[in-house]
Design a binder for this molecule. Structure first.
Ligand SMILES: NC(=O)c1ccc[n+]([C@@H]2O[C@H](COP(=O)([O-])OP(=O)(O)OC[C@H]3O[C@@H](n4cnc5c(N)ncnc54)[C@H](OP(=O)(O)O)[C@@H]3O)[C@@H](O)[C@H]2O)c1
Length: 237
């Protein structure tokens, strides 16, 4: 897909991978809708994009509530009149061994990592169908292909997201709507710090995982390339 002029909605765009992706797509001439909870950080990203001549619309939303995911898609459609690329990037981990992981934390990250992307897709798909096509990019994780002690709940949410994504790809293949999974590996963002769980659980989980290998800018480049090439899956190689 030629990204120039396309309307791209990115969740979790206030920092980390989502912020880097916003800047990457803006550089390519996309028109952006950016969402997260941190309004001040979103405004900083938006100001950087506008200073470079880009077009951007910001929406504050807490995606623990799937209704909010529906709202951000609806407001993006209302603002721009179309949605070409939906990037479900907002996500969070919950640290804790299987024996101890908090069901409340698991429930919260299920809402954010699975139900919110699903609700966003359910709202975007009819609009994409009506306009003749579109792309959905769901940001998963390599942990969904591994067994990392202390990260089972988080990995389980990403496995669920993978299955929704792979199934939607087949369901929508004949309709011009491409559904893509992106698999970041460990990336140098504040993600580990933002994980749910008590301090000791988060410390043990961080010590048990290797040092960051990728920058958020590299992951953003891979997300961008996935959109340009319309691949099924994108890894970080
Ligand atoms: N970093 C890694 O090592 C790594 C590896 C593999 C996959 N990933 C995946 O990559 C994606 C981005 O992660 P990241 O590393 O960029 O993490 P990050 O720096 O912690 O950023 C997470 C983003 O999600 C938003 N977010 C968190 N909770 C939210 C909520 N309840 N409602 C709305 N937005 C919310 C945050 O914004 P606010 O706090 O402002 O709401 C932020 O913009 C996630 O899906 C993650 O699972 C990351």
């Amino acid at each position: 897909m030629d990204i120039s002029g396309k309307v791209v909605l990115i969740t979790g765009a206030s920092m980390g991978i989502g912020r880097a992706a916003a800047l990457r797509f803006a550089q390519a001439g996309a028109r952006l809708a950016l969402t997260a909870r941190s309004v001040a950080l979103l405004q900083e990203v938006a100001a950087e994009i506008r200073a470079a001549g880009g077009e951007v619309f910001t929406l504050s939303a807490d995606l623990y509530a799937p209704d909010e995911a529906r709202r951000v898609v609806t407001e993006t459609l209302h603002h721009f009149g179309r949605l070409d690329i939906l990037i479900n990037n907002a996500g969070q981990a919950a640290a804790g061994d299987v024996e101890r992981v908090s069901l409340e934390h698991f429930d919260r990250i299920m809402h954010l990592n699975v139900y919110a992307p699903l609700a966003a897709m359910q709202t975007a798909i009819p609009a994409m169908r009506a306009q003749g096509g579109g792309l959905v990019i769901n940001v998963s994780s390599m942990v969904s292909k591994m067994h990392i002690p202390g990260l089972s709940a988080y990995a389980a949410t990403k496995v669920a997201l993978n299955m929704l994504t792979d199934t939607a790809r087949g369901e929508l293949a004949e309709e011009g709507i491409k559904v893509i999974t992106v698999y970041p590996r460990l990336t140098s963002t504040g993600f580990g710090e933002h994980s749910l769980g008590n301090r000791e659980e988060r410390r043990r989980q961080r010590e048990g995982t290797p040092q960051p290998v990728d920058t958020p800018e590299h992951v953003a480049d891979r997300i961008y390339q996935a959109a340009v090439d319309e691949v099924d899956e994108m890894f970080m190689a």
